[in-house]
Design a protein around this ligand. Structure first.
Ligand code: SF4
Ligand code: SF4
Length: 449
């Protein structure tokens, strides 16, 4: 017999239908009112029968459909234990290696909230070789290597990226692992020539940040030489989006209100970008003391999840693609993977993007053996959402898995503050996603006529 999933979510939708979502599989479906009623009756029958009742043909057919999207699952192990098993499998997986590498911590911008302060220096030949040696020593047991180029501004050290990539691609040939590369850049130096080079270097996706429309972005993310950056970045993205997947992060705080977001969307539309990138909204947070100056303007998680919904509605209204999906995850971030690190230009190893460049928060250096008992390793790694009663019983656990480990370990957040946005805005977000899918189907149909 089967059980109904504890991760099901339903919401009345258009024409008497229901939107159905399962947080363990990520499946989204539209159910007729009739099917929804049949589902409810079946759920009661399964719960009361304790696995012994006989189902009619129509109930069996419905159950098969529900099992397909994991809205129901074969009786046996408790469902939370299945999620926990998958989580632990991923946490301790040593067949994949994820490295976030900062070839330099220097930057050409002087953002008002940046935690990286005013760093200099580029990765030396010794550190580059230590990274290659580290991967080579593990390579026989690796099935994949995922690199994310980070900084500072990584494009200020393109020669380092070229050197490390060439050596990794040569190793990939010999050791036969899958290789992927992405980059987080401010986009100012992402010229067409650089984009073509990045494609040769197997970089497939880029994250760029714009902090609002030109008038706000240029103030908040000015270049160090005082010049504006907005229009150059936009021009760069126009070409880059023809070769790479571009995700555009828009940092949100109380300064960036709805009219400002709309202004930005109109600027992106004027540049012909509405269907060429995926936009997501980042909650600006005072992650370290260096950026504590912005704390007053930052939203709480609950307030952020409310404004975020409004901004996604604007995306929909203006015909932008919506890519943010409530998808199940196996771990929240690299801090919970045994085989993933951030490495700065001096070879220091970290468990969080926000620590990069601060040796006091490092768990060692790539030139020495990894110490998995180092307090700076264990303090983020040790948290396990399955030890928390609140998380274990949460209906969106597979989407969140307890959230950001650094928020738990570094900041005095209450349990409610730690919950991810999906806990507050899953249902309205599902409606937006469903409308976006319909919009896209209509556009595709029109293009085919
Ligand atoms: S610990 Fe939090 S801030 Fe750090 S990388 Fe993970 S999710 Fe990001
Ligand atoms: S942190 Fe909150 S939203 Fe995330 S799993 Fe725990 S209870 Fe659920």
């Amino acid at each position: 017999m089967a059980k109904i999933s504890r991760y099901n979510h339903f919401q009345p939708w258009r024409n008497g239908n229901y939107l159905a979502f399962n947080a363990r599989s990520g499946a989204v479906a539209v159910m007729t009112a009739e099917n929804y009623e049949a589902y409810q009756n079946l759920a009661i029958k399964l719960a009361q029968s304790n696995g012994s009742s006989t189902l009619s043909d129509s109930e069996s057919k419905l159950l098969t459909q529900l099992e397909f999207g994991r809205f129901a699952y074969p009786d046996g192990r408790e469902e939370t234990e299945l999620v926990k098993f998958q989580h632990h499998l991923e946490r301790f997986d040593t067949t994949s290696l994820g490295l976030v590498i900062a070839p330099t911590m220097a930057c050409n911008m002087a953002c008002e909230y940046c935690f990286e302060s005013n760093k200099k220096g580029k990765m030396s030949a010794e550190i580059k070789s230590a990274i290659i040696d580290y991967i080579e020593n593990k390579a026989n047991s690796l099935s994949r290597v995922d690199i994310c180029w980070y900084g500072g501004e990584p494009l200020l050290a393109l020669d380092v990226i070229e050197d490390i990539t060439a050596r990794l691609l040569e190793m990939k040939q010999r050791k036969d692992f899958m290789y992927t590369a992405t980059m987080i850049t401010n986009g100012y130096m992402l010229t067409p020539e650089v984009v073509d080079k990045l494609v040769d270097l197997k970089v497939s996706a880029i994250q760029v940040t714009l902090d609002g429309p030109a008038r706000i972005h240029n103030r908040r993310r000015a270049l160090k030489n005082g010049k504006d950056s907005f229009h150059k970045i936009l021009e760069n993205i126009q070409y880059a989006s023809t070769k790479l997947l571009i995700s555009l992060r828009v940092n949100i705080d109380k300064v960036l209100d709805e009219p400002a977001i709309e202004e930005l969307l109109l600027e992106l539309k004027a540049a012909g970008l509405e269907q060429k990138l995926s936009i997501y909204f980042g909650q600006l947070e005072p992650a370290t003391t260096v950026c504590a100056n912005i704390a007053d303007n930052c939203y709480s998680s609950v307030d952020f999840s409310e404004v975020e919904i409004e901004y996604f509605r604007l995306l929909l209204q203006h015909g932008f693609r919506i890519e943010k999906l409530p998808s199940p995850i196996a771990v929240f971030c690299l801090a919970q993977r045994v085989n993933a690190f951030v490495i700065d230009h001096e070879g220091y190893l970290y468990r969080c993007f926000n620590y990069a460049g601060d040796p006091d928060r490092a768990m060692g250096n790539i030139t020495a053996p990894i110490d998995y008992q180092h307090p700076n390793f264990t303090r983020l790694f040790d948290f396990d959402a399955f030890d928390s009663n609140k998380c274990r019983s949460c209906s969106i656990l597979p989407l969140c898995l307890g959230g950001c480990p650094s928020q738990r370990a570094d900041r005095n957040f209450t349990e409610d503050q730690l919950c991810q946005g999906w806990r507050h805005n899953l249902i309205p977000m599902l409606e937006i996603i469903a409308c976006s899918r319909q919009q896209r189907m209509k556009t595709t149909a029109k293009e085919q006529v």
